[in-house]
Design a protein around this ligand. Structure first.
Ligand SMILES: O=c1[nH]cnc2c1ncn2[C@H]1C[C@H](O)[C@@H](CO)O1
Length: 356
């Protein structure tokens, strides 16, 4: 049985970090693409981070398999659909899944990623395909799914496209913009990212930013003050700047915490009993628990919850509280947020608050 066997909300998970190994092998076979591994076991060995590494080392894992899925319409739709099935099985009732449309394209993207040959799949069509896969999955598995489009730290020239795609597809489940990638190499957001986030603010597109994962608190400060982030991806290092941390606590800023990820990317002390989320818990901060990249960490949402229970003193009550906070901090419109909250209140045996 799962550690917290009740409906859950997940806000920080990368679609391209949540692909099934079986699917990678199968698609590679169908497309005649040679992989460095041809059994499930060997592919797992290749793609998984087993011991604490660095964010840069972790990000290099995507090189082993992204070329298999990118540029292929059927594969992209399938990955999105299967993702929803996986989350439904984990007891997730609402998930916001993120990805870079450019990383899955092979046309209208400069440079073309993963050494692909130029084709005819644009970032725009990628978003449309993912939307279809997610929407088919929602119907088949009866959960709610929304998506977030990622800008990449090292690719500021893609960011204006990303915000335009957020606007174009806001009626098809795209709810926000994100800035992901290697914060350890690019600590200050480029003008391209700043322009895209300015446009997001102007157009009412919700905003989250990977910040303070491995980088210093200044990255979090920039995310909040310059990029106008409404949520912080990870944000562990915020607590090294007590003034900033206190301010964000007062503002009820939401931190998207990913326990297993934070150990294996080297973001935090590998000793879970010293994890910053324990401080968040003690301060009753607003945060969620998430998987981030379950393919690469060989994890599930339950292993993250189990870790929190076993090493961080999490109780059922705290799990309920953080899922309620996650629903409140989701990028859903108010009415849908209330419905989601009521669903959780009911499932958790709490009084439904009719005063909203
Ligand atoms: O934990 C992460 N930090 C920064 N970037 C990340 C993390 N996990 C995945 N990414 C990157 C790699 C993916 O290709 C990209 C879009 O999902 O986002």
């Amino acid at each position: 049985m799962a550690t917290f066997d009740k409906p859950k909300v997940e806000l920080h998970v990368h679609l391209d970090g949540a692909i099934r190994l079986e699917t990678i092998l199968d698609v590679a076979k169908k497309r005649g693409i040679k992989l460095e591994a041809d059994t499930l076991q060997d592919l797992m060995q290749l793609c998984t981070v087993y011991e604490p590494a660095t964010l840069t080392e972790f990000l290099s894992k995507f090189n082993h398999y992204m070329h298999v899925i990118a540029g292929n319409r059927e594969a992209i739709k399938r990955v999105a659909y299967e993702f929803v099935e996986t989350k439904a099985k984990e007891g997730v009732i609402y998930v916001e899944v993120r990805y870079s449309p450019h990383f899955l394209a092979n046309s209208s993207v400069d440079p073309i990623p993963w050494n692909q040959k130029e084709g005819d799949l644009t970032p725009d069509e990628v978003v449309s395909l993912v939307n279809q896969g997610l929407s088919d999955g929602e119907k088949a598995f009866n959960i709610k799914v929304r998506s977030i489009l990622c800008c990449m730290r090292h690719m500021p020239n893609w960011s204006m496209d990303v915000v335009e795609l957020c606007k174009k597809y806001s009626s098809e489940g795209v709810v926000a913009i994100d800035l992901a990638g290697d914060e350890s190499l690019n600590c200050v957001a480029y003008p391209g990212h700043r322009m895209a986030y300015e446009e997001a603010v102007k157009s009412g597109i919700h905003r989250t930013v990977h910040a303070g994962e491995v980088g210093p608190p200044s990255v979090v400060k920039e995310a909040v003050e310059v990029l106008k982030a409404e949520r912080i991806g990870h944000g562990y290092h915020t607590i090294e700047d007590q003034e900033l941390y206190k301010q964000l606590l007062e503002e009820n800023m939401h931190f998207e915490v990913c326990p297993i990820s934070s150990k294996l990317t080297g973001a935090c002390n590998p000793d879970f009993t010293k994890h910053p989320v324990i401080r968040f818990k003690e301060d009753q901060a607003n945060y969620s628990l998430n998987t981030d990249d379950p393919l690469i960490f060989n994890s599930t949402l339950d292993t993250d919850y189990m870790t929190a229970e076993k090493y961080m003193g999490f109780t059922e009550e705290e799990f309920k509280r953080i899922n309620i906070n996650s629903a409140k901090s989701s990028f859903l419109p108010e009415k849908e947020k209330k419905d989601l909250l009521n669903h959780l209140f009911e499932a958790y045996g709490m009084m439904v608050n009719t005063s909203f």
